[in-house]
Design a protein around this ligand. Structure first.
Ligand SMILES: Nc1ncnc2c1ncn2[C@@H]1O[C@H](COP(=O)(O)OP(=O)(O)OP(=O)(O)O)[C@@H](O)[C@H]1O
Length: 310
């Protein structure tokens, strides 16, 4: 397990990271979600042992790595936000170069390059210099470089920034597959809540250098939801039906639009025993209903008063 304990980083007057605690266990996908400037990259740079914290500690199997970062570097791969590749070299040559930096023996490196190329789906592009790659292909190769030494943990700093939707989906699927097939634990930073929601088992929400919420998706959303929103689709509705619905007293914020009616109810209220008898009484056909859960975006807005992306 990697643990981050009371981690703080100040740049002159700016406290970029302020007393952050988090952990990742083998095999987990953990999300670090926050808007631009929240302190995600600075946290990641400290966990990657690239910069020293002002205060706090980073532990691998309960031992500090600040003085001896090699133990962590051996088990950790880092996919930086900025592409770090040699444009004139091909994918194969880039992988050979970065593999030699990791001092991977030649025969082992050959095997690893084959596996990694398969994992990132670039087997067909070996002979082209990277400068002719699309943005998405460069991002995939960037991930491949971080995988060469078969890390048990992988940090990905906003790996889908600035690429087309198809490449983005490819990367998200690659992350899922890596986790499932190679059991790689992943710290995934993003300001796209839908990515974090899709990928991650646990989530840390970060703002202004601090962790402001943590837990599973369900736990984080429970911060918000004392109510749920229900949308009913009806064949038609009538005024008396809506009036009687209102009289029930447990529904609030009722909105009527042509064949749709939406309302809020308390989270644990079973709304069907209220709605179905009324439909029957008024001869109304309920075609479908939809329960709308809050999103992580809603939670962020609730906690900070601001949107995640602005
Ligand atoms: N080297 C530095 N010198 C001074 N201030 C810095 C430095 N690096 C980061 N900061 C500041 O620290 C704060 C956190 O920045 P950081 O890059 O960690 O945020 P982030 O959540 O990763 O944002 P982004 O999504 O834009 O990368 C910002 O206010 C940033 O301007």
């Amino acid at each position: 397990m990697i643990e981050v304990v009371n981690l703080t980083k100040s740049f002159k007057k700016v406290k970029a990271v302020n007393d952050v605690n988090l952990y990742i266990e083998p095999g987990e996908i953990v999300g670090l979600l926050g808007p631009n400037g929240a302190g995600k990259s600075t946290t990641i740079a400290m966990v990657s042992t690239l910069i020293q914290p002002t205060a706090g500690d980073i532990l691998l199997q309960q031992k500090s790595v600040l003085q001896h970062p090699i133990a962590l570097r051996n088990v950790l791969g880092v996919v930086p936000q900025d592409i770090a590749l040699y444009e004139e070299l091909t994918a194969q040559e880039n992988l050979e170069f970065f593999g030699s930096i990791h001092k991977i023996p030649k025969r082992k490196l050959k095997e690893r390059i084959e596996t990694v190329l398969q994992q990132i789906g670039l087997q067909q592009e070996l002979k082209k210099p990277v400068k002719h790659y699309s943005g998405g292909m460069k991002r995939r190769l960037n991930i491949g470089v971080a995988l060469l030494h078969e890390p048990q943990y992988l940090i990905m700093d906003e790996p889908t920034v600035g690429i087309d939707p198809q490449s983005r989906n490819y990367i998200l699927e690659t992350v899922k597959k890596l986790n499932k097939e190679a059991n790689t634990a992943i710290i995934y930073t993003s300001h796209y809540m839908e990515e974090v929601e899709y990928l991650c088992d646990r989530i840390y929400i970060m703002d202004k250098g601090q962790i402001i919420a943590t837990g599973t998706k369900e736990e984080i959303k429970a911060i918000l939801s004392s109510e749920k929103t229900i949308e009913l689709k009806l064949e038609k509705h009538s005024k008396p039906f809506v009036e009687e619905l209102l009289q029930q007293g447990v529904l609030s914020n009722i909105q009527v639009k042509e064949s749709h009616i939406s309302f809020n109810v308390a989270k644990h209220t079973d709304f069907l025993p209220i709605v179905l008898p009324l439909c029957e009484t008024h001869g109304i056909v309920l075609k479908s209903f939809h329960v709308q859960e809050p999103t992580l975006e809603d939670v962020f807005l609730h906690l900070t008063g601001r949107a995640l992306r602005n």
